[in-house]
Write a protein that binds this ligand. Structure first.
Ligand SMILES: NC(=O)C1=CN([C@@H]2O[C@H](COP(=O)(O)OP(=O)(O)OC[C@H]3O[C@@H](n4cnc5c(N)ncnc54)[C@H](OP(=O)(O)O)[C@@H]3O)[C@@H](O)[C@H]2O)[C@@H](O)CC1
Ligand SMILES: Nc1ncnc2c1ncn2[C@@H]1O[C@H](COP(=O)(O)OP(=O)(O)O)[C@@H](O)[C@H]1O
Ligand SMILES: [Mg+2]
Length: 293
C-alpha cells in the first residue's frame, strides 16, 4: 500500500501580504464535558498551530470557563447541558443555525455520550454543508445513531473526515481491532461507501495509521509509540481541521495532517524521548513539523 507521501503532499500557498484571518478558516470545535475540558483545548491549539484563522469552541456551559482558560485565542460558545454536564437537545436548533457561519467543523473531542450528544451530532453530521472532522465521542454518537437509522452516514451535506482509533472503529463497524493492512483497508473502504455521495474519508488511527476514501488508500510513515498517550488523537483532529480551513480537500487534509502530526511526534520524541511525550508536546512541535516538510 502506498505511503501518504507517494502522491505529492499539498503545499500550503504563501500568505498574501494583505491576508486576513478570514482567509484561513473560521473553525468551530464542538467538544468537552465535565472532566474532559482538555480534549477540545488540545484540538483547538493544534488547529491554531496548523494555521487556522479563527477558532471557536462550543462546549457545555459548566466547561466553558475551563476551556477558555487554556488560550486567549479561543472564543467559546456555551451549550445547554443536562444534569450530568452533557449536551442537551436544546442545542440542536442553535448549532444548526450556525451551520453557514463557520467554514470548518470538528465534532467530538471530550464530548461525552448522551441522548443529547447523539441527537446533536447526528443532525450536524447530516445538515452542515461544510467540511467536518468527526472524532472521539462524535464517532460513538454516530454508532448510536446508526442503530436507529442505518442511513445516518449516507449523503452528508458536506465532506466528512472520520478519525477513529481501532476501538471507535469497532463500535462504528463491528470490525474488531487488528487484522492485516489489507483487511483494515477493506474495512475502511466499506465504511467510506456507507456514504454513496463519496464525500467521506476515514483515517483508521494507531500504529500504521491508514487513510481511505473508498477508492484510494495510503498508510502513514511518521509517528511513534510515544504518541500512545491521551490527547494525541484530539491533536490530530485539530491539525486536520486547520488544514481544511486553508482550503485543502478532505483527502489532502487527511494525508498531510497525518504526516505532519506524526512528524511532530517524531521531532518531540527525538528531543524529549518517547516515554515522556505528552499531547501538549505534540502541539508544541507542530510548527517545526510544518517547517520541516
Ligand atoms: N484530556 C482529555 O480531556 C482527554 C479526553 N479524551 C476523550 O475521552 C473520550 C473517550 O476516548 P478514549 O479513546 O480515551 O476512550 P474510548 O473511546 O473508550 O476508547 C479507548 C478504548 O478503545 C480501544 N483502543 C483504543 N486504541 C486502540 C488501539 N490502538 N488498538 C486497539 N484498541 C484500541 C481500547 O479498548 P480495550 O482494548 O481497552 O477494550 C481502549 O481502552 C473521547 O471523547 C476523547 O476525546 C481522550 O482523548 C484523552 C484525553
Ligand atoms: N504506536 C503508535 N505509533 C504511531 N502513532 C500512534 C501510536 N499510538 C497512537 N498513535 C497515534 O496517536 C493518536 C491516538 O489517537 P487517540 O487514541 O484518539 O488518542 P486520544 O483520543 O487520547 O487523543 C493517533 O493519531 C494515533 O495514530
Ligand atoms: Mg481519540
Amino acid at each position: 500500500m502506498n505511503d501518504v507521501t507517494s502522491e505529492p503532499l499539498p503545499i500550503l500557498p504563501p500568505r498574501e501580504r494583505d491576508a486576513h484571518k478570514g482567509d484561513f478558516g473560521r473553525l468551530i470545535i464542538v467538544g468537552g464535558s465535565r472532566g474532559m475540558a482538555g480534549a477540545p483545548a488540545m484540538a483547538g491549539l493544534a488547529a491554531l498551530r496548523s494555521g487556522a484563522g479563527l477558532l471557536s469552541i462550543a462546549t457545555p456551559v459548566s466547561t466553558q470557563p475551563l476551556v477558555a482558560g487554556f488560550s486567549p485565542c479561543f472564543m467559546t460558545i456555551p451549550l445547554v447541558e443536562d444534569d450530568y454536564g452533557l449536551l442537551d437537545y436544546a442545542n440542536v436548533v442553535d448549532m444548526l443555525a450556525a451551520r453557514e457561519h463557520f467554514d470548518v467543523w470538528a465534532l467530538g473531542p471530550g464530548l461525552g455520550q448522551s441522548e443529547g450528544v447523539t441527537e446533536l451530532v447526528a443532525q450536524l453530521y447530516r445538515d452542515v454543508p461544510r467540511p467536518m472532522v468527526v472524532d472521539a465521542d462524535a464517532l460513538n454518537a454516530m454508532s448510536h445513531a446508526l442503530q436507529r437509522n442505518p442511513q445516518a452516514l449516507a449523503k452528508p451535506a458536506g465532506p466528512r473526515v472520520l478519525t477513529p482509533h481501532p476501538g471507535e472503529f469497532a463500535r462504528l463497524t463491528g470490525v474488531a481491532p487488528g487484522g492485516s493492512l489489507a483487511e483494515r483497508a477493506q474495512a475502511v473502504g466499506e465504511l467510506c461507501r456507507r456514504d454513496p455521495s463519496g464525500q467521506t474519508v476515514v483515517i483508521l488511527k494507531g500504529h500504521q495509521s491508514l487513510v481511505g476514501d473508498g477508492n484510494r488508500y495510503a498508510v502513514n510513515g511518521t509517528g511513534n509509540p510515544g504518541m500512545a498517550t491521551g490527547g494525541s488523537g484530539d491533536c490530530l483532529t485539530g491539525v486536520i481541521a486547520g488544514l481544511l480551513g486553508q482550503k485543502l480537500s478532505a483527502w489532502d487534509a487527511a494525508r498531510l495532517g497525518m504526516h505532519l502530526h506524526g512528524l511532530a511526534g517524531d521531532l518531540a520524541a527525538k528531543e524529549l524521548g518517547e516515554v515522556s511525550l505528552i499531547a501538549s508536546d505534540l502541539v508544541g512541535y507542530l510548527p517545526a513539523a510544518f517547517q520541516a516538510r
